[in-house]
Design a protein around this ligand. Structure first.
Ligand code: GLA
Ligand code: ZN
Length: 723
């Protein structure tokens, strides 16, 4: 089972890992001892080492020198710290980029980059694909030989490959390898032309040699950001380059992982992901359960909430990452102790906010809480980024004190927390990178469409009701979910169609939205009555799609039989942005209609049942399965009403709370254990919440009775051990 990695991390240390990126190589050795003292004071038990030290480890192509890292490892060992060891390949040494320019990327607009920043290697560079895994392998061999890795009680508990993989290369070699990849995928050029439907704007290819990359100099339509790809001329072309390049990056990761595993077959290997990150399909990085040992052994990710982001936006990313890890516990690899200097507004975390964000992560499945970085940098581009130890270098800063206080709490609560696992979701939200890319590459029907915002639209409403949500892939087993939401699930494969059909025919309740089920994996629209793959099951034909500016909402008029509970108290529900004009089949129930425009009175929300209950009922309240079709993007009130309909009769556990309080459960791993309910005030200012369960507040030791009013301090948390 994939939860084993965490079981091993736990048993090696017996607690929640608490620490993060530690870069002592940026400081004189005299400071290191003081670091150790302060770490102890802050209850830090882990450091992530060597994230960007390649140039120090390998001064030239034939010389490796791990002496400084050895000194750091020894010091950490002496101080009882566990280590997450990075391979250091996230940034390249200057000698490497000079001696082997093939490692350097070519940008979207054709720029030939030289030595620069980090995370900018070309993923098809033979030099990089040799030297990076070689370094990873040498490090692993070295630390296994030293006895620092490879045993159950070794200080090195996990390996961290590279750092935040990102971006693309558009060099000629990548283009050549792309052609080989296409040959393997399509076999003949005729098949490729057919897949891409290339007879458009004279794009018919007669030989694979004619194919370049869809860069900004080619078919990628211009965008101001050199790293970001724009719209596509041929969707299949741009999508295939995404898939191809993502696979090269994953291949690079796998080479480093294999090199580590050769030295230590038991090594746990991960790389830090970035949540709703567009570049690569993280679902391809999932742990391989079949035993090939590929992918990440556990998910780790870096959470950096932007100014003003609400708890739902943050939790969606946590839940997505948990979903990538097949709902197993995950590692919070990085968060900022306070401000993030690379954001437009470097807000400092408010008193209590860092702790609150940490509990949010734990509540959503994190079994480790780590930071970037341990000591604030004194120079370079990260000098204004917070560290646990601030520039004053003492234990006197607010940031240090808050980190130390949290460290103490985690230490105390470790056993209780680690005896629980993330709760199983009752509702699933389907996240699909191909659909995200397909929509992004499409020209129209509106430039206002943002795939992640569409996820948030639905997630936020479930979050407000404190419903447990799993974020899943469209081909995951859905049978356990009381409802499934597929926002803008644009691209379908046969396997996806079959999976959704079987969910619905087995009594599942599925919600589809505009831009769902429109295209195949080559971005070719399905021809026929939309949504073609599920036309029969969905019970509507989407004939046209109107797109209006945000200033032109269209009222949603709910039918009296629609199981909307908020009517009367809620504000007027409206649709926005996209308005599908649909025809409902006779058997389809119309739950809401449009209240204006020429399509006034036509269906805006429908339900087609896939079954009857024992007494022959097909209404929503009877709880029966089927497909709900929401033909527009509902506003907040509209989303609330649609979710009312979706969940009617499905017995989904909702917990009422102040909108700024979230209530999240972790379930006891062992039936004799205790569930934990996290009641979290996610904002500044005191609030109250009604205790949803009786038990003991682990943070205060006080008894809590169900129904009791809990006083939550600003960003305060109560963790009820249910008993
Ligand atoms: C990312 C990187 C870190 C550091 C932080 C700063 O997450 O992985 O190396 O640069 O950002 O917030
Ligand atoms: Zn390249």
């Amino acid at each position: 089972m994939a939860s084993q990695p965490f079981a091993r991390l736990r048993s090696s240390h017996g607690g929640i890992l608490y620490g993060g990126d530690y870069n002592p190589e940026q400081w004189p050795q005299s400071v290191w001892k003081e670091d150790m003292r302060l770490f102890k004071e802050a209850h830090i038990n882990e450091v992530t080492l060597n994230v960007f030290s390649w140039a120090l480890l390998q001064p030239s192509e034939d010389t490796y020198d791990f002496s400084m890292l050895d000194r750091i490892v020894d010091l950490c060992k002496e101080n009882g710290l566990k280590i997450v060891m990075a391979t250091g390949t996230g940034a390249m040494p200057p000698w490497l980029t000079k001696a082997h320019p093939d490692v350097n990327r070519v940008g979207y607009n054709g720029e030939h980059f030289r030595h620069s920043g980090r995370e900018n290697f070309c993923a098809t560079s033979p030099t990089f694909l040799t030297l990076a895994p070689r370094l990873a392998g040498k490090l692993a061999e070295h630390y296994v030989q030293r006895g620092d890795a490879g045993k159950p009680d070794s200080p090195i508990v996990a390996w961290h490959v590279s750092n935040e993989y990102s971006g693309f290369c558009w060099c000629d070699r990548c283009a050549a390898q792309f052609r080989e990849w296409l040959k393997a995928r399509y076999g003949t050029i005729e098949k490729l032309d057919e897949a891409w439907n290339a007879n458009m704007w004279s794009h018919t290819y007669h030989s694979f040699d004619e194919i370049d990359t869809p860069s900004g100099l080619g078919d990628g339509m211009p965008t101001p950001n050199q790293y970001v790809t724009g719209h596509a001329v041929l969707g299949g072309y741009s999508l295939d380059y995404r898939r191809f390049y993502g696979q090269q990056v994953l291949h690079e990761y796998e080479l480093e992982k294999a090199a580590i595993r050769r030295a230590d077959p038991t090594a746990l290997v991960t790389t830090n992901m970035m949540g709703t990150f567009n570049d690569y399909d993280y679902l391809d990085w999932r742990t391989d359960h079949a035993g090939a040992g590929t992918g990440v052994d556990f998910v780790s990710w870096d959470s950096y909430p932007g100014l003003g982001e609400d708890a739902a936006a943050i939790d969606l990313r946590h839940d997505l990452m948990r979903g990538v890890g097949t709902q197993k516990p995950w590692m919070l690899m990085e968060q900022a102790p306070s401000n993030q200097n690379w954001m437009p507004y470097c807000y400092v975390k408010r008193p209590g906010q860092m702790e609150e964000l940490s509990w949010q992560a734990v509540a959503h499945g994190a079994d480790a809480v780590q930071f970037f970085q341990m000591r604030q940098a004194r120079s370079g581009c990260e000098k204004f980024h917070s560290g646990i130890i601030s520039i004053d270098g003492t234990d006197q800063s607010r940031t240090f004190k808050e980190c130390a206080a949290l460290g103490g709490k985690l230490e105390k609560l470790s056993a209780d927390i680690l005896a629980t696992v993330p709760q199983a979701g009752q509702v699933a939200l389907i996240f699909d990178w191909n659909s995200w890319w397909g929509l992004q590459f499409s020209v129209g029907p509106t430039s206002a469409l943002d795939y992640v915002h569409e996820m948030q639209r639905w997630y936020r409403e479930l979050h407000r009701r404190n419903i447990a949500v799993d974020v899943v892939s469209a081909t995951d087993d859905l049978s356990q979910y009381r409802a499934v939401i597929a926002p803008c699930l644009y691209m379908f494969t046969d396997a996806m169609t079959a999976n959704l059909r079987s969910y619905v025919s087995g009594g599942g309740r599925l919600l589809l939205t505009p831009m769902s089920a429109l295209a195949d994996q080559n971005d070719e629209l399905f021809v026929g009555q939309t949504p073609v793959p599920l036309r029969k099951e969905v019970g509507v034909w989407v004939e046209e799609t109107d797109s209006l500016a945000p200033s032109t909402p269209v009222p949603l008029v709910f039918a009296s039989h629609a199981p909307v509970t908020n009517t009367g108290t809620a504000s007027q529900p409206n649709g926005n942005m996209l308005f599908n004009i649909v025809h409902a089949d006779p058997r389809t129930q119309v739950l809401a209609t449009y209240g204006s425009q020429f399509y006034k009175g036509t269906p805006a929300l429908t339900f087609a049942a896939s079954e009857k209950d024992e007494s022959g009922r097909t209404d929503l309240a009877a709880g029966i399965g089927g497909i709900m079709y929401c033909a527009t993007m509902p506003d907040e009130a509209g989303t609330r009403d649609v979710i009312d309909c979706l969940l009617a009769g499905r017995h989904v556990r909702e917990v009422e709370s102040d909108p700024l309080v979230e209530i999240t459960r972790r379930t006891a791993a062992d039936p004799s254990g205790h569930d934990l309910v996290f009641v979290i005030n996610t904002a500044e200012g005191a609030r109250t919440a009604v205790a949803p369960e009786s038990g003991v507040d682990l943070l205060t030791g006080q008894r809590v009775s169900q129904g009791q009013e809990l006083e939550l301090a600003s960003f305060g948390t109560v963790i009820i051990s249910v008993q």
